[in-house]
Design a protein around this ligand. Structure first.
Ligand code: PGA
Length: 269
């Protein structure tokens, strides 16, 4: 029997280490202006760099209209796994919360690759975010050689179980998952709609082991060179609930176009 619960559709923009204050303001201004009209059922999430989070939170709350999903969720791109302490240069979940940030990306492949983050560390970040009431956006995905060897399901399964396995089913149900094949991030290579849906369906099954039936309502976003030219095919996948967007999130028009495409695809499915 098909579950009655359905995951909401989300388009999230990860600005990575791009923009300066002026550019960040302008980008937020354009997104908030569009969002205010409340013309979409799709939830917009924006993840600017740390120094611009306060500005983004202010802009998002000033423009929150009364229409459907007119409010933008502001997310950080990372957080530290400890509550607080002598960790020079790091940012705690409490700091984010006190700014009004509602969500946080964790386990992005760039953090895993360049900063040695393991699923044990990422799992602690997820738990801490949930403890403070922030929504984790947990990233997983295989590297190119793991795809070529046909090990991608094992890799993604191990990531999910190691990072989320200690949580209660109710906690897992609060996580947003992003599937981002590392070979597709920033490379211009994209998973085909079939490849993406296959892994998303697999992830949904793994989440069912961790969260039970509530897994049907967990948003699973696709990330990796997703842009207006290829998004419609990808978003059409039945277990694909939107996208986590890098490069195309830095241009207001393309990000808004992705919001439109997600709305169109999901309302006709
Ligand atoms: P990309 O990045 O869209 O530039 O490939 C996606 C991501 O890393 O989240």
């Amino acid at each position: 029997m098909a579950s009655l619960m359905k995951a909401r559709t989300i388009v999230a923009g990860n600005w990575k280490m791009h923009t300066d204050l002026d550019e960040a303001r302008k980008l937020m201004e354009a997104l908030a202006g569009w969002s205010k009209a409340g013309r979409s059922d799709v939830q917009m999430i924006v993840a600017p760099p740390y120094p611009f989070l306060a500005t983004a939170v202010d802009r998002a709350s000033a423009s929150a209209g009364t229409g459907r999903n007119s409010s933008i969720i502001i997310a950080a791109q990372n957080c530290h796994e400890e509550e607080q302490g002598a960790f020079t240069g790091e940012v705690s979940v409490r700091m984010l919360k006190s700014l009004g940030v509602d969500a946080c990306i964790v386990g992005h492949s760039e953090r895993r690759q360049y900063y040695g983050e393991t699923d044990t560390i990422v799992g602690r970040k997820v738990a801490l975010l949930l403890k403070h009431g922030l929504q984790p956006i947990y990233c997983c995905g295989e590297r190119r050689e793991e795809r070529e060897d046909g090990r991608y399901r094992d890799v993604v399964s191990a990531q999910l179980h190691e990072a989320l396995g200690a949580l209660t089913p109710g906690e897992v149900a609060k996580v947003i998952v992003a599937y981002e094949p590392v070979w597709a991030i920033g490379t211009g290579l994209t998973a085909t709609p079939e490849q993406a849906q296959e892994v998303h369906g697999f992830i949904r099954g793994e989440l069912r082991l961790l969260a039970g039936e509530a897994a049907s309502a967990i948003p699973i976003l696709y990330g990796g060179s997703c842009k207006p030219e290829n998004a419609a095919g990808i978003f059409a996948g039945s277990d694909i609930n939107g996208g986590l967007i890098g490069g195309a999130a830095l241009v207001a028009d393309s990000f808004i176009e992705l919001m439109r495409i997600a709305q169109q695809v999901k309302s006709s499915s």
